[in-house]
Design a protein around this ligand. Structure first.
Ligand SMILES: NC(=O)C1=CN([C@@H]2O[C@H](COP(=O)(O)OP(=O)(O)OC[C@H]3O[C@@H](n4cnc5c(N)ncnc54)[C@H](O)[C@@H]3O)[C@@H](O)[C@H]2O)C=CC1
Ligand SMILES: O=C(O)[C@@H]1CCC=N1
Length: 264
C-alpha cells in the first residue's frame, strides 16, 4: 500500500495536488515530497511541512506513489533520470497530457501499476473532477489511487481512449469557465457593480448553477426553464447570446483544444 508520495514537477498542477492533499488530510504533509529544478519557489509548501527538493532520484527512492506532473516534452528525460530507483513498491500516476499508458510503460520499462489521471487546478481546494484510467494495477492499488483522488474532488473512471477528451472538458474546462465568469464581471461592471461585487455575484451564481446540476441530477435546460419567464429578460439575453454564436463558439473552442492534443 502506498504511503509516501513524490510529486515530480512542482508547477501549477503539481503544487495544486500537494495543496489538496494537505487540506484533505489524505496524508500528513511530511509524507509528501515535491520536486522542481528550482525548488526555492516551493517555500510555502515547505512551511506547511512538505519536503521540497530538486532531487528526483531521492524523492522517488523514498516514496511509494510517484505523481508525474512535468510538461509532456519533459517526461521521457525525467523518467530516465530516476528509472533505476523504481522497485516493486512503486505506483506511478501521470497527470501529463497526451502521454499514454503504453508510452509510460515504454519509458518505465518495469512491470509497475500505471495510472493516468486528469485532474484540474481545483484539486487545490478538493473540487477537482479527476478522470482516471490504468493498467497493470491490482484492485487494492486501484482503489488506493481512486480514494486519493476522491478526497480531492470527484472521480470518473474512463476508457483511456477518452483521456484527451477528459483533458479538454475537465482540465481546460477550468479556464473556459473562468473566461465565462470574467465576461460576466465585465458586463456586471458596465451595468453598475463595482468589480469586487460583480466578481462575487458572477462566481457564486456559477457555483450555484453547477450545484443545481450536481445535486438535482437535472439537465441544464430543465434549470433554464425555471429561470426564463415568458417575455422576460432572461430569454431575451439568452437568445441574443445564441444569435452571437455563444454555444457554437464554446463547442468550436472545445474541439479546437481537442484537435491540438491530437496534433502534438
Ligand atoms: N495546469 C493544468 O491545469 C493542468 C495540467 N496538466 C498537465 O500537467 C502537467 C504539468 O502542467 P503544469 O503544472 O501546468 O505545468 P508547469 O510548467 O507549471 O509545471 C511543470 C513543472 O515541472 C518542473 N520540472 C521541469 N523539469 C523538471 C525536472 N527535471 N524535475 C523536476 N521538476 C521539473 C518545472 O520547473 C515546472 O515547475 C503537464 O503535462 C500538463 O499537460 C493536466 C491537467 C491540468
Ligand atoms: O493547456 C494545457 O496544455 C494543459 C492541459 C490541460 C490544462 N492545461
Amino acid at each position: 500500500m502506498s504511503e509516501r508520495i513524490a510529486i515530480i514537477g512542482g508547477g501549477n498542477l503539481g503544487t495544486a495536488i500537494a495543496e489538496g492533499l494537505i487540506k484533505s488530510r489524505f496524508c500528513k504533509p511530511d509524507a509528501i515530497t515535491i520536486t522542481k529544478r528550482n525548488p526555492a519557489t516551493l517555500k510555502e509548501l515547505e512551511k506547511k511541512g512538505v519536503t521540497i527538493t530538486a532531487d528526483n532520484t531521492t524523492a522517488v527512492k523514498q516514496s511509494d506513489l510517484v505523481i508525474l506532473a512535468v510538461k509532456p516534452f519533459q517526461v521521457a528525460a525525467v523518467i530516465e533520470g530516476f528509472k533505476k530507483q523504481l522497485t516493486a513498491k512503486h505506483t506511478i500516476v501521470s497527470v501529463i497530457t497526451g502521454v499514454s499508458l503504453s508510452d509510460l510503460q515504454e519509458m518505465v520499462k518495469k512491470s509497475l501499476p500505471l495510472f493516468r489521471a486528469m485532474p484540474n487546478t481545483a484539486i487545490a481546494i478538493q473540487e477537482s473532477i479527476t478522470c482516471i484510467s490504468y493498467s497493470n494495477a491490482t484492485e487494492q492499488q486501484a482503489s488506493f489511487v481512486v480514494d486519493m483522488f476522491n478526497t480531492l474532488g470527484k472521480v470518473a473512471l474512463i476508457d483511456e481512449k477518452l483521456m484527451d477528451a477528459a483533458t479538454v472538458l475537465g482540465a481546460c474546462g477550468t479556464a473556459y469557465a473562468m473566461r465565462y465568469i470574467r465576461a460576466n464581471i465585465q458586463a456586471g461592471i458596465e451595468i453598475g457593480f463595482d468589480a469586487k461585487t460583480a466578481s462575487l455575484i458572477a462566481a457564486q451564481t456559477v457555483k450555484g448553477a453547477a450545484e443545481l446540476l450536481l445535486k438535482n441530477g437535472s439537465h441544464p435546460e430543465q434549470e433554464i426553464d425555471k429561470v426564463t419567464t415568458p417575455k422576460g429578460c432572461t430569454i431575451v439575453g439568452l437568445n441574443e447570446m445564441e444569435h452571437r454564436g455563444f454555444s457554437s463558439s464554446l463547442i468550436r473552442g472545445v474541439i479546437a483544444s481537442y484537435n491540438k492534443i491530437a496534433k502534438d
